[in-house]
Write a protein that binds this ligand. Structure first.
Ligand SMILES: Cc1cc2nc3c(=O)[nH]c(=O)nc-3n(C[C@H](O)[C@H](O)[C@H](O)COP(=O)(O)OP(=O)(O)OC[C@H]3O[C@@H](n4cnc5c(N)ncnc54)[C@H](O)[C@@H]3O)c2cc1C
Length: 388
């Protein structure tokens, strides 16, 4: 096992860091924060198109599809740099849908979509959840009926983040309602500007906008079907496994901020960092950050060996997001009552960032499958315990 990046990767990471430093503007940071680190806003698109022209959005993809033919480990490291720098880091098309198209899509589909995705020219949003189907995605109700060379789609999605800024919907829909469980669903790409689509905002406690998306007899070209008809549930599971590769660096930055605060703040005549309870808590988080790094890079290593991470991705997503919550909970304790003050308050410490991250971290253990669902997956697929 090699715990070091190659010299070539170190050089690329240095270039990525310099690029981010030179090109990041206050407007980009503000937009990224408002959108919950997803890609699709105006500033994000300006930044990412230039960033992606170096092949850095999909460095592990083949050159013919806009990549550099390098490793998924490099991709994972670049994502950590982006998360730490607070620029967009959630890419549905490049890091969730794209790898599924690469594995299961036809050659025509790869030619049509992958290059545009790698260049950051288009973004997708995830169209999985419905009001009656969140954790249990086999309970979808939205229908796609094949008529000639197109599907006609009707129904409703909920909690579809980024649909208000993305170009296309990575849509899971029922194509055979009479089939047995898991065997009647298909995955397809719908243009979010299509007539009959209505997008309505839902605002989360993190302040991020997610959306309801209504389909009213919407036409989706048949050629936008991913892989085979009625095999969608299995592709969707793979897309979720890619989604669950979670770069934790945004919260590592929060941790660094808390450590700095503990070192520099004097209470009761001595630095907060001398408090034994504070030291114990910070040390525990440091262990978890290191352990998470190993879980995270193991996933990239698996991708480099031609595997789709499976329950291992659930382990990392669960561990990373629960560590994120440990960091923000600990931050609230260490900063004390002033941690609750919002940005703009004269009483706020660290410019009110702590309460914001605290609210944000709550939703992390819900999307891409709740922690309970990740544990179920680890029990079923990892430990081979019988299904309930
Ligand atoms: C901020 C945010 C962004 C999101 N973005 C998207 C998006 O872009 N696209 C998209 O399609 N969806 C998105 N979602 C939806 C998200 O994936 C679902 O909310 C999540 O999967 C849980 O589904 P649910 O809300 O229906 O909860 P439910 O499935 O109703 O679960 C409620 C509770 O029961 C528990 N539970 C459910 N089933 C089990 C079980 N079998 N065993 C043990 N416990 C169980 C859950 O863990 C949870 O605590 C987003 C959600 C949030 C909060």
């Amino acid at each position: 096992m090699d715990f070091h990046f190659s010299n070539e990767d170190k050089k690329t990471l240095k270039e990525v860091r310099s690029f981010i430093k030179a090109e990041t503007t206050p407007e980009l940071i503000a937009e990224t924060h408002k959108l919950g680190h997803i890609y699709g806003g105006k500033e994000g698109r300006r930044f990412i198109r230039k960033f992606a022209s170096n092949g850095w959005l999909t460095p592990n993809w083949p050159e013919e599809y806009g990549g550099l033919g390098r490793s998924a480990v490099l991709n994972a490291a670049i994502r950590e740099e982006m998360a730490y720098a607070s620029v967009p880091v959630v890419f549905v098309a490049a890091h969730m849908a794209g790898p599924v198209i690469m594995h299961f899509g036809s050659d025509e589909m790869k030619k049509e979509w992958l290059l545009q995705i790698a260049r950051g020219e288009i973004e997708f949003s995830l169209g999985y959840t419905e009001p009656q189907a969140g954790s249990d995605l086999s309970a979808l109700d939205i229908r796609a009926v094949l008529k000639g060379d197109r599907f006609i789609v009707s129904g409703q999605k909920s909690f579809n983040t980024a649909s208000h800024v993305a170009d296309y919907h990575w849509l899971a829909a029922l194509t055979d309602p009479d089939a047995k469980r898991y065997h009647g669903m298909s995955l397809m790409i719908a243009d979010l500007k299509s007539p009959g689509i209505d997008i309505r905002p839902m605002t989360t406690m993190a302040g991020w906008q997610t959306n309801e998306v209504f389909y009213n007899d919407v036409e989706v070209p048949g050629k936008n079907l991913v892989g085979e008809i009625n095999h969608g549930f299995f592709y969707l599971m793979s897309a979720l496994d890619y989604e669950r590769m979670y770069p934790l660096a945004a919260y590592e930055k929060v941790f660094d901020m808390i450590v700095k605060y503990a070192k520099e703040t004097i209470t009761g005549g001595q630095p907060v960092s001398k408090n034994p309870i504070v030291r114990q808590k910070l040390a525990q988080i440091k262990i978890q950050l290191e352990a998470n790094r190993l879980l995270y890079y193991r996933l990239a290593h698996m991708v480099d060996h031609g595997q789709i991470p499976n329950y291992q991705a659930s382990m990392q997503k669960l561990f990373a997001t629960e560590t994120a919550q440990l960091i923000t909970n600990t931050g609230m304790e260490i900063l004390g009552p002033y941690s609750q003050m919002k940005e703009g308050s004269k009483h706020a410490v660290l410019s009110g960032q702590m309460e914001n991250y605290y609210r944000t971290s709550v939703v992390e253990t819900i999307y891409a499958g709740t922690s309970e669902i990740q544990r179920n997956i680890i029990a079923l697929r990892g430990l081979k315990l019988p299904s309930k």
